[in-house]
Design a protein around this ligand. Sequence first.
Ligand code: FA5
Length: 347
Amino acid sequence: MENHPDPLQRLEEIRTKALAEAQTVQGEAELSQWRVVHLGRSSPLMQIFSQLPQFPKEMRPAIGQRANQIKQSLEAALVELNQTLKEAALRHSLEADRLDITLPGRRPAPGRLHPSTQILREITRIFAEMGFQVYNSPDVETDEYNFELLNMPAYHPARDMWDTFYTTKPGVILRTHTSPGQVRVMRERSPEPIRVILPGMCYRYEPVSARSEMQFNQVEGLAVGRHITFGDLKGTLTDFARRMFGKDVRIRLRPSYFPFTEPSAELDIECFVCGGVGCPVCKGSGWLEILGCGMVHPVVLQNGGYDPEVYSGYAFGMGPERTAMLRYRIEDIRYFWENDVRFLEQF
Ligand code: FA5
């Protein structure tokens, strides 16, 4: 600014310029700059204050008064500008971070229970209603519990019914069925009566096919008491089949062989795909096998700590995956562990 001879005139110029520049200030940095230029120590206005003694004495009050007024008005402009900028910044951030609460939410994709878990829970629920407790026994078993105590000493030919995964530790295997749990629970409960189911994963070293996996669940059932008969077994399984597959379902027991039950049987249910006439699902027989069962062998009762002269019992072992296959018409057991969500989402 040129140096005007009239200090009052010059003060007016200082004021006009400062207020005009204030109009163009954008942002805090520019405002701070504006404060330094127009109100700072070496600003033209402050220079007028320091030059005050050089002006003629009679002019000094008027100059001082006007300079003070201008200082106050510039300070007021500063406060106001500061406020305006803050409000603008807040408005901007509210605008930028705005939430549109009217937008439809994203659909959560909740997981589902695996079909095996669902069927296991259902089987457990049915047996719980019938008074069975759940007992868990280990997946990693000993040869003793998996075979020997179940009436299959070493080299017993029936061991070939179960292709076994052995571990590097001698005598330690992966259980091939849930039956070893029978002896575990008997040894724990003897001589109390027993009514339990034992669900769990089993492992078999066998070729995988549409009907057979090398890992699959089983649900073992065991009842031991003083007067348990084959009729109790049949009644329990008939009741189970009706609750599981519908009240009109027909079942049949076919003689079979297991070293740990005598007599032994397998339970078939009437094929609900063809109603017993014969179709590809039941391989033309009209019946579908769902489990193995029988009366607990005296040797096994004895191994469990029960006197076979006094006590008797029944046992059964079913495959929930096979049951789920029948119920939901799943034609290949391999779907269960492939983790293909297109399959899993259907349940
Ligand atoms: C047994 O494992 C006996 N422990 C059952 C038993 C228990 C008999 C108590 C008597 C008393 P089995 O090998 O048949 O039997 O198997 C029983 C069920 O497990 C079969 O009916 C089938 O549903 C299921 N299962 C067997 N092998 C496989 C496999 N590889 N993949 C899927 N499910 C299988």
